[in-house]
Design a protein around this ligand. Structure first.
Ligand SMILES: [Zn+2]
Length: 145
């Protein structure tokens, strides 16, 4: 999660919403790390999780990340939760809850939906206050000009 927070800080420095994600292999190796890049890429799907999942799949040469672990600083949205399910990610650790766009513990609750073919083990609230502080500071700075 420390590495995911670093990615989130780097995203904030680029003017992106500070969210970071890291994929760890079954042997405990970090195989992908990314921060939000929706603005830089002009791509509404370029959430940290999507970029990290894409990079991890490319690294392992598979569309599945069985027994891999994804760390994200913020509760994934419904789009990312769908991608996490499709990739068969084994475990999901996330930091702050996202009442506005979260799709795991609230909103669409993708993993509890009957249509969900695979649900990772979910662990929430990991370093949540650090992730929240990053987001709060980012949006406060934005509002302040
Ligand atoms: Zn997302």
């Amino acid at each position: 999660m420390a590495q995911a927070l670093e990615e989130a800080r780097a995203a904030a420095a680029r003017g992106e919403v500070p969210v970071g994600a890291v994929v760890v292999s079954p042997t405990g190796e970090i195989i992908a790390a990314a921060g939000n890049e929706t603005r830089a890429r002009h791509d509404p799907t370029a959430h940290a999780e999507m970029l990290a999942l894409r990079a991890a799949c490319a690294a392992v040469g598979s569309e599945r990340l069985i027994n891999h672990t994804l760390y994200v600083t913020l509760e994934p949205c419904a789009m990312c939760a769908g991608a996490i399910a499709a990739a068969r990610v084994g475990r999901l650790f996330y930091g702050a809850a996202d009442p506005k766009s979260g799709g795991v513990a609230q909103g669409a609750r993708v993993f509890s939906h009957p249509q969900c073919h695979h649900a990772p083990e979910v662990f929430d609230g990991i370093a949540a206050s650090d992730a929240e502080d990053l987001l709060t500071d980012f949006f406060k700075a934005k509002r302040g000009g």
